[in-house]
Design a protein around this ligand. Structure first.
Ligand code: SF4
Length: 87
């Protein structure tokens, strides 16, 4: 069986705290393959990537780092532990 990147040890799940998000759109610009603005103007994971995890890319790390209100959090898709930002 071949494991794709979404099943790998480094797969991550990105979560958006929509109570914090102010809809700046920075994350959607930084990581358009992972995050987009929804119909309500707030960020949400791109369909199909939110639940099962995705490959951790520099773009996704940058999006999390530069969110002005720290609304984005990365978790390990396997262990569920928090990866970024650091607690
Ligand atoms: S960068 Fe942060 S505040 Fe801006 S849209 Fe993304 S999650 Fe929302």
């Amino acid at each position: 069986m071949t494991a794709g990147p979404q099943a790998g040890a480094d797969a991550v799940v990105v979560r958006v705290d929509r109570d914090r998000c102010i809809g700046s759109g920075m994350c959607a610009l930084s990581a358009p393959g992972s995050l987009a603005l929804g119909a309500d103007g707030l960020a949400e994971p791109v369909a199909g990537h939110g639940a099962d995890g995705e490959e951790l890319t520099p773009e996704l790390t940058e999006a999390v780092d530069f969110c002005p209100v720290e609304a984005l959090t990365l978790y390990s898709a396997r262990g569920g532990h928090r990866i970024a930002p650091a607690e």
